[in-house]
Design a protein around this ligand. Structure first.
Ligand code: ACM
Length: 641
């Protein structure tokens, strides 16, 4: 937006008697022509309350849809070149607590109907003394000089003076061993373009040989490295071999990058096995779109730190990103956000329509790439709530008799849930699942299930009729009816249901084989386990990587789940609250990357790293072997997106 000729300054200020305060906006006309007869739109997560209550000085509130807001200036206002228009916006749903809580984008609709971008930056906090930049990570300290992340479950290593030139396969290595070396070497090269390649497929003078062996007594993900004149890599399966090679590449990388801190082992042993089977990372590609190169890079980073489940959040209110051949409008109408589109600009969009989706060929390539690195891709389509994009793309799924704004989601989307009383809903979903099971080999399909608003469907005559016919009570009774049908549809296709914790509401589904993610708070996970569900712990308070890392206003991110410093993501013990008899139900832990605030790569990297590494170590390393200062020393070498 370097050439923007309009600028919107935004500040948040407290207001006596209203803890949510107000926004103060100033639009500056930097063009060389007068500006009149226009409307101003901006997007923000700090939303204005409903139109009837709007209190705006010097502006007319026109409309809002989720984060999209539109205003008109006072009648007849004309801004001459260099002049500005100041107005305030209240009441707000909550105060702005961090710099990313203001306007994320803005554009003007001019008198002739053209839309023009307006430059805008993070919100300023009016009237507060400047605060020092927070220190998010301590300097770090290693007690053993080895660069390994995650840290092994057991190791006795003696540091060597020399770093081998390269590691190469000993005589007798199989084709599969050599292919694994090539794969991990290529992974290393993608992640560290200037790094020194750790592996050579032919003997290298000054290098060391790796002697591979498969040991049935080791688990599929386990490995043992024995250092000496040669390196022995014993593994229980392809994943264990890959993890052993990754550990070797990390050891070499650290010793070369920071020779004063890290060394390569001369002798000793690493015996390693993951603490949890589910070591996940989720990515929301609906709020912001990530091209396939970004997705494969994130999977590469996951492979580097031995995460093994990529939870791909493919749909939400803001966009549906998965090509479905039976319903092409899902990825035309259902992705395009723009001033004149059915889906309005949100979360950083401006005058230009933006879209983006994954073709089925791209999905197949991503799944194959992940599988090469022992990463399972669990796809999510988020239903029945969070479905604005799907409903916009397939309007026949709406009950025409339902009042158009009869309920709103917590994100402010009106009537955003698929209707359980419309048979076509199941027909469409059946065809969607038919295509998904062809694309995704995972036994689990994640169907969301989160944040259906409390009074959803209550104004739908069709839903009311269904409730009466089936003796169903309330929104969550209907949700449970819907989820049970979805569970049966997945079972018919040989798949099991995964979802967010609210799937258990209103009667839930059959817990047998069902996996739910406890996100709202840790206690929810224990309760789900008690009800018989398998549980993955993703509490926002520790594992949501969009949460701010410090209370300082200048720190970017969301804060509804509190402040999540990297140390907390690292030291948090998700299993802590589980009684002994329920511990087996906890399958593992997962980081979630929700992208509302991730307007560019710098925000992504600032918020995701090193916390993703912290969750990876929490997922792999036994509690007694975790060491925050060691992690702080190793984490700066993590690759970023
Ligand atoms: C969620 O954060 N709504 C799962």
């Amino acid at each position: 937006m370097a050439d923007a000729v309009y600028r919107l300054e935004n500040a948040w200020e407290p207001v006596d008697g209203d803890p949510c305060g107000r926004f103060v906006f100033t639009l500056v006309n930097l063009s060389d022509a007068p500006l009149g007869g226009f409307k101003l739109a901006y997007t923000t997560l700090t939303r204005i309350k409903d139109a009837e209550e709007a209190r705006c000085d010097n502006a007319v509130f026109l409309r809002r849809n989720a984060n999209f807001h539109q205003f008109a200036p006072p009648q007849g206002l004309v801004l001459q070149p260099g002049e500005s228009w100041r107005f305030t916006v209240a009441p707000l749903w909550r105060p702005a607590k961090h710099r990313t809580d203001g306007a994320k984008s803005a554009y003007l609709t001019l008198a002739d109907g053209r839309h023009v971008d307006v430059s805008v930056d993070d919100v300023l906090l009016s009237g507060r003394a400047p605060e020092p930049a927070p220190v998010l990570m301590p300097k770090g300290e290693v007690t053993e000089p080895f660069h390994l992340l995650p840290w092994p479950s057991a190791a006795t290593l003696v540091a060597g003076d020399a770093v081998p030139v390269a590691l190469y396969p000993a005589d007798g290595a199989s084709l599969a061993d050599r292919q694994a070396m090539q794969a991990v070497g290529a992974l290393y090269r993608r992640l560290f373009e200037i790094g020194h390649q750790p592996f050579s497929l032919t003997p290298a003078h000054g290098g060391k040989a790796i002697r591979f062996s498969e040991e049935a007594s080791l688990g599929a993900e386990a490995f043992r490295l024995t250092f000496g004149a040669e390196i022995e890599l014993a593994h229980g399966g392809a994943a264990g071999r890959q993890y052993g090679l990754t550990a070797l590449a990390q050891l070499l990388h650290g010793a070369r990058k920071e020779p004063g801190t890290f060394a390569f082992p001369a002798t000793g042993t690493i015996e390693d096995v993951p603490r949890y089977g589910w070591r996940g990372c989720h990515l929301d590609v609906s709020r912001q779109f990530y091209p396939t190169g970004d997705v494969t890079r994130l999977i590469d980073i996951m492979a580097w730190i031995r995460l093994n489940v990529f939870h791909w959040h493919l749909s939400d209110d803001e966009a549906w990103r998965l090509e479905i051949k039976a319903y092409p409008t899902l990825t035309t109408t259902g992705v395009l956000r723009g001033p004149d589109e059915p889906l309005l600009p949100q979360l950083g969009n401006g005058a230009e329509p933006v879209g983006g989706f994954y073709s089925q060929d791209e999905v197949r390539a991503i799944v194959a790439h992940a599988s090469r690195f022992s990463v399972e891709v669990v796809p999510e389509i988020d239903i029945p709530g969070h479905s604005t994009a799907m409903l916009v793309a397939l309007p026949d799924l709406v009950d025409g008799q339902e009042a158009p704004d009869s309920y709103r989601s917590v994100q402010g989307f009106p009537n955003n849930a698929l209707n359980p009383a419309i048979e076509e809903t199941y027909t469409v979903l059946g065809k969607v699942f038919d295509e998904m099971v062809e694309l995704f080999p995972s036994k689990l399909i994640h169907i969301g299930g989160d944040e259906v608003a409390a009074n959803t469907w209550m104004a739908s005559p069709l839903a009311r009729a269904l409730m009466q016919k089936e003796g169903i009570e309330g929104t969550f009774g209907l949700q449970s009816y819907f989820m049970k049908r979805i569970q049966a549809m997945l079972a018919e296709r040989g798949r099991r249901l995964a979802g967010w914790d609210e799937v258990s509401h209103g009667g839930g589904v059959d817990p047998e084989g069902t996996l739910l993610m406890a996100w709202q708070k840790p206690e929810v996970g224990v309760e789900l386990a008690r009800q018989g569900y398998d549980v993955v712990m993703t509490p926002g308070q520790a594992y949501y990587l969009d949460m701010v890392q410090d209370e300082a206003f200048q720190e970017p991110g969301a804060s509804w789940a509190g402040t999540v410093p990297p140390k907390h993501s690292y030291t948090y013990e998700a299993v802590g609250a589980f009684p002994e008899d329920l511990k087996a139900r906890m399958r593992g832990v997962q980081a979630c990357i929700w992208t509302e605030h991730f307007l560019n790569r710098d925000y992504f990297n600032h918020l995701v790293f090193p916390r993703l590494g912290a969750v990876a170590e929490a997922a792999w390393t036994p509690a007694a072997r975790k060491d925050w200062l060691r992690f702080a020393a190793i984490a700066p070498l993590l690759p970023q997106l």
